[in-house]
Design a protein around this ligand. Structure first.
Ligand code: 26V
Length: 807
């Protein structure tokens, strides 16, 4: 396809505006113009999309389906323009019409269909799959309400509903003719057919219509468009208006219950609670997706399902979609007449499972009763899977006999979804080296002993197209000026920057880029919070979900310590710093919400205290999401990755900030370790206990935070300030004080405090030598190519999925 020139694009915008609104471009709003540009882009996409689908139909390649309860795709207009090679043309055309591209792009609602890292990873993966010419698609849920909008009132987090669909979403296409009908609840009866086979008959089930909305996933510069299919739950029948009043209201209530299924994203990524609606959502996703996958397989290949694993691989994103395993068994046995063994052979060659957490509270376990009730036939199958699995250990692996209870899929009236996922898949992967090692040697060691070949590592990645090209155009340009544009297609070539670490002209340009990005962020901070920050200060950034294990508390303890020092000595020689936070807490996570209030409280004290001469400022930006991340990351100097070692599976914000030239201040956790391996010890600030040491403390119980509280004066002061209401808030934070001591500080905040402060002092010192700092920053950028999700996806495609590129 030939791309339009600027002048042609100008004309297209004018024509489309006339067509849609009957007006000129100077008479319509930015919102109107947003839809105009989307229409133009959609016309381009539709052609490539149809072409891609046709190729897949003809060539029948093996395809991967990525099942995920979350996709945090971010705004799509600018990224679609970028991937289509039309961004510059569009920007120039808009400017020619005296319009601001940025103002038009930000009209788009950022769909918050995910909680955090897991959902954003899924989005980066789809971008890389399409870009690398792999046939692969996402399946998710079209939640009516996405991640809540966060507002601070009086320093407290409050949550507002995110009804992101109130304006039309231009990227989705409703495909009502591909809707599928699903059943929940009721009862199952087993009947024997004449030929001796079994039939399962369902009675009194609730029926739900799953209607797909397809979103195009545009590859970069390759005319490939894959699909993200998002399911919407709707009633199968509309209400009969002639019915009597009682039955009318009953139907109304029923229909409402059905629509509930896709109504909202669960905003809690820290707690596995047995919630009926969440199971319904999970089954809704997997049952409708499997139906699409199998229907397409049959239509296109005309082959028996025995060959399914040759054409289909399904990656399940954490255990959330793991009901797909028993659901495929059900379809194969009850609808397709396979026996158990054949069905199991097919199923276990189709599924691959990614684990994203080892936090016990977040490992999914469903009460048996609930699954029995909602999905009676699936429960029978899970029970059989468990039975056979336990038997196979007993007979084939007598050495593991005493581990059966620990490994069972069903134990203590609960279904362990991680166990089900491991037993039912051919691949189990962790998301960073350390994380995979912990899975193999600790959390899932019994399973690793049983199935050593099943376990593998796939270190996470991020799409450098969104996280550098799109969000940091200034840096992208300087890179291209220096080493050419090859890095865009082959991000490993960012390595070529290493030849320029002493090039002072380049370092000057880098400095200029960071400065401008910081000015932009400072302006945004001023506009949204009223806080004036020093653009020459260190921008020290921690942006991620609020969790105890991520230790935002450690960060704010250091801020309080600095503030205390400055109060003692206002002339203290420190490099000015701006501490920037962004984080949402799960609405029911009390401690996390208290930490938010604490950070906001410290911020208002610090920012309004003239005696410290503005040497430190604290900014907590509201409503952290993908679009806000795109603003903050290009401006970061320091990337805070300070989780308790062994707890953060990988992290991906660490990769994004590294790619944008920030230096990591972090623990030896998750992918930080691999970042350190890339950049070397002198280009990263590492502190704190390592995972092994933490483990030893857990094992021998010898950690005593009270000792540190008593003996480290800095800690004593901070803790007492919390207890005594030193920040003008009575005793609000005594809860944090008592929580830390009474739970024995399970995340080692006090234990790591000293080494964190020391690392922070090093940051301060190193920043003073700007040339050195800039060359460290350059080294980080140069090594960030490894963390492109293109690398990750290649590893999945060759190591797990066995996919061929479509050329
Ligand atoms: C957990 C749960 C628990 C049950 C209720 C609903 C719910 C929803 C989401 C989650 C997600 C927890 C797992 C997660 O987000 N893991 C993160 O995955 C990132 C991508 O692999 C990784 O970089 C982060 O380190 C990891 O915490």
């Amino acid at each position: 396809m030939t791309k339009p020139t600027v002048n042609q694009f100008v004309q297209m915008i004018k024509d489309k505006t006339e067509e849609l609104y009957g007006m000129g471009t100077d008479e319509v709003t930015n919102n109107d113009l947003y839809y105009v540009v989307c229409e133009i882009v959609n016309e381009e996409i539709n052609q490539d999309w149809a072409k891609t689908e046709k190729t897949y139909k003809q060539e029948q390649p093996k395809q991967v389906y990525y099942l995920s309860m979350e996709f945090l795709i971010g705004r799509l207009l600018e990224s679609n323009l970028l991937n289509l090679g039309m961004r510059e043309v569009c920007n120039d055309a808009l400017k020619q019409l005296n319009l601001s591209p940025e103002d038009i792009y930000k009209e788009e609602n950022d769909p918050g269909l995910g909680n955090g890292g897991l959902g954003r990873l899924a989005a980066c993966f789809l971008d890389s799959i399409a870009t690398l010419n792999y046939p692969g698609h996402g399946f998710g849920i079209r939640y009516q309400y996405g991640m809540f909008e966060q507002r601070f009132i009086n320093g407290y987090q409050t949550e507002l509903p995110d009804y992101w669909l109130k304006e039309a979403y231009p990227w989705e296409r409703r495909k009502v003719d591909e809707a599928v009908e699903l059943q929940f609840g009721g009862s199952v009866h087993m009947l024997e057919r004449n030929n001796g086979s079994l039939e399962f008959r369902y009675e009194d089930t609730d029926k739900v219509l799953a209607v797909p909305y397809d979103v195009p996933i545009v590859g970069y510069n390759n005319e490939i468009v894959n699909t993200l299919r998002l399911w919407n739950a709707e009633p199968v029948t509309s209400i009969d208006p002639t019915t009597d009043e009682q039955s009318y209201f009953k139907q109304l209530k029923n229909n409402h219950e059905i629509e509930q299924i896709s109504s909202m994203l669960y905003p809690d990524d820290s707690n596995d609670e047995g919630k009926r609606l969440r199971i319904k959502q999970q089954y809704f996703l997997v049952a409708s997706s499997l139906r699409t996958i199998l229907t397409n397989y049959k239509k296109e290949t005309q082959q028996s399902l025995i060959h399914l694993p040759e054409k289909v691989v399904i990656q399940i994103n954490d255990t959330h979609p793991s009901l797909a395993i028993p659901e495929l068994m059900r379809i194969l046995m009850d609808e397709e007449d396979f026996g158990w063994d054949a069905a199991w052979e097919i199923t276990t060659n189709v599924f691959a499972y990614t684990n994203h957490t080892i936090l016990y509270e977040a490992l999914e376990k469903w009460p048996v009763k609930m699954i029995q009730n909602l999905l009676p036939r699936l429960y029978m199958i899970i029970d059989e899977i468990n039975e056979r699995f336990c038997q196979s250990i007993w007979f084939d692996h007598p050495e593991l006999r005493d581990k059966i209870a620990e490994m069972a899929v069903i134990a203590d009236d609960q279904i362990h979804m991680a166990h089900l996922s491991i037993v039912g898949s051919f691949s189990v992967n962790g998301v960073a080296k350390l994380h995979t090692d912990i899975l193999k040697n600790q959390e899932m060691s019994n399973f690793y002993n049983l199935f050593p070949d099943r376990f593998n590592n796939k270190t996470n990645g991020i799409t450098h197209r969104r996280w550098l090209l799109l969000s940091n155009p200034r840096l992208a340009e300087v890179i291209s000026e220096t080493i050419g544009e090859h890095w865009i297609e082959r991000p490993r070539e960012l390595n070529n920057l290493l030849r320029h670490t002493k090039d002072s002209a380049l370092l000057d340009k880098l400095k200029e880029v960071k400065k401008k990005n910081k000015q932009d962020l400072a302006e945004y901070i001023h506009k949204t919070t009223g806080i004036l920050v020093d653009e020459n200060s260190i921008f020290d950034v921690q942006i991620k979900r609020l969790h105890e294990y991520k230790r935002q508390l450690l960060n704010i303890f250091h801020v309080i310590y600095l503030y205390n020092q400055l109060k003692d000595n206002p002339n203290l020689d420190i490099t000015p710093r701006t501490f920037i936070f962004g984080a949402k807490a799960a609405p029911s996570y009390y401690v996390a919400k208290e930490v938010i209030k604490l950070i906001n409280t410290v911020a208002s004290v610090v920012n309004n205290d003239a005696t410290i001469q503005g040497k430190i400022k604290v900014v907590f930006l509201e409503n952290y999401n993908t679009s806000l991340a795109e603003k903050i990351i290009p401006a970061a100097d320091v990337s805070e990755q300070i989780s308790t070692a062994g707890k953060e599976a990988s992290g991906t914000g660490n990769m994004k900030m590294m790619m944008n030239g920030a230096l990591t201040l972090g623990t030896l956790d998750g992918a930080n370790i691999e970042i350190k391996d890339q950049v070397g010890d002198s280009n990263i600030f590492i502190f704190g206990l390592n995972a092994e040491e933490i483990n030893e403390y857990y094992q021998n119980g010898s950690y005593n935070p009270n000792e540190i509280y008593q003996n480290d004066e800095r800690v004593t002061q901070i803790m007492d300030q919390l207890r005594d209401g030193a920040f003008g808030h009575d005793v609000e934070f005594t809860d944090i004080y008592y929580h830390l001591l009474s739970t024995n500080d399970p995340y080692f905040v006090l234990k790591d405090f000293d080494s964190y402060v020391e690392a922070q002092q090093l940051v301060d010192l190193h920043y003073r030598d700007q040339d050195k700092w800039l060359s460290k920053s350059l080294i980080n950028i140069a090594h960030s190519g490894k963390f492109s999700s293109d690398r990750t996806i290649r590893e999945y495609a060759t190591g797990i999925w066995n996919l061929q590129k479509q050329l």
